[in-house]
Design a protein around this ligand. Structure first.
Ligand code: NAD
Ligand code: MG
Ligand code: MG
Ligand code: MG
Ligand code: MG
Ligand code: MG
Length: 336
């Protein structure tokens, strides 16, 4: 079983006595910065000169500096910019300006685990990763609650890295919910595997395969959309709140019997082998290498795939059907 820490295990003074530079003021950044400040921690925001987040951080009452200036003044440097820019920022804006004993902190392990950020050996390096989006991390904290966090230590130069990380996690509200011990490897590999095999890759292909099967058989796309996409939310909400048993308790007996007969025929041995293959590519660094190279050459494959995905008929039918759902704040992704 996992090791779980709570507020009672943390010594907040360890983070209150340190100045934290929060680099990035997006989903996670705004939540970490505000929760830390409310816990009595001295916080400075580091952003590049042209960042659109500058105005927001200033409006929220923070001191906003360039990344270099923020780093030069900080005892803990938390990386909350997109993962694919962290290596460059570390090399050019962080490493040369780091105070002697400053610790490096991350909310995701990718750059450290795959060697994109190579921290000096005499630094503490830890992770505090909330298991929820920033707006929830902020809202729960303001309500006196918290979002569970992961904590991991990559380098413990001071002998206090875990304790400082735990104090940080507690200061953003994680200790109210529970802080689970993990490693950079486990957090990174499971995160990548989950989004590929299940959450993003697996789910979208499953939806498309179901939709295409119905439409190819002559059923109307509108009806296929409801059955294979729209209703997924109801099912996921039930699973989220009470597991498979609550979902199966809640749906009709016909749906339950169909679920048990058919699911394993769709997600079969072949699918499980494909998942093992994905996991191997995550573990041996092939996926990371592929993604880093894709970024270096301007994302040509990603752009082509995104164009094709955008043109799938399920997107057009969905867009028009969502206008019939007045309870929903329908969203549209910007062009990219
Ligand atoms: P985001 O895209 O919401 O925000 C990124 C911020 O970084 C913006 O303020 C942007 O202006 C700033 N930024 C961009 N380039 C920069 C640069 N060169 N220098 C300085 N700042 C720059 O990002 P996010 O979703 O909050 O993710 C931040 C980190 O948190 C990532 O490591 C991510 O994996 C991790 N994380 C995210 C979530 C989540 O739910 N979003 C959850 C857990 C962990
Ligand atoms: Mg994840
Ligand atoms: Mg991820
Ligand atoms: Mg993530
Ligand atoms: Mg139905
Ligand atoms: Mg039914």
């Amino acid at each position: 079983m996992a090791q779980v820490y709570y507020d009672k295990d943390a010594n907040l003074e360890l983070i209150k006595g340190r100045r934290v530079a929060v680099l990035g003021y997006g989903s996670q950044g705004h939540a970490h910065a505000q929760n830390l400040r409310d816990s009595g921690v001295s916080v400075v925001i580091g952003l590049h000169e042209t960042s659109r987040s500058r105005a927001k951080a200033q409006a929220d009452g923070f001191e906003v500096l360039s990344v270099r200036e923020a780093v030069a003044s900080a005892d803990v440097v938390m990386f909350l910019m997109p993962d694919h820019v962290q290596a460059d920022v570390f090399r050019n804006e962080v490493a040369p300006f780091l105070k002697k004993d400053a610790a490096l902190a991350f909310a995701h392990g990718f750059c450290i685990h795959y060697g994109q950020v190579l921290p000096p050996a005499d630094r503490d390096v830890f992770m505090v990763a909330p298991k929820g989006p920033g707006h929830l991390v902020r809202r729960m904290f303001a309500d006196g609650k918290g979002v569970p966090c992961l904590i991991a230590v990559y380098q413990n130069a001071s002998g206090q890295a875990r304790e400082i990380g735990l104090a940080y996690a507690s200061a953003i509200g994680g200790g109210r919910a529970g802080v689970i011990e993990t490693t950079f490897a486990e957090e990174t590999e499971t995160d990548l595997f989950g989004e590929q095999a299940v959450l993003c890759g697996g789910v979208t292909e499953l939806i498309k395969a179901g939709f295409d099967t119905l439409v190819d058989a002559g059923y109307q796309p509108e009806i296929a959309y409801f059955e294979c996409l729209n209703e997924l939310k109801l099912i996921v909400d039930m699973i989220y709140e009470g597991g498979f048993s609550w979902m199966r308790y809640s749906v009709s007996d016909t749906a339950k019997y169909g679920d048990l007969v058919a699911g394993r025929k769709v997600v079969d041995e072949y699918t499980r082998e494909a998942m093992e293959e994905l996991l191997k590519r995550v573990q041996d660094g092939s996926f990371a290498q592929d993604w880093i190279a894709e970024n270096l050459c301007g994302r040509p494959r990603m752009r082509a795939w995104m164009r094709a995905e955008k043109n799938h008929p399920i997107e057009a039918v969905g867009k028009s059907l969502r206008t019939m759902m007045p309870w929903m704040e329908a969203k549209e992704a910007p062009e990219n």
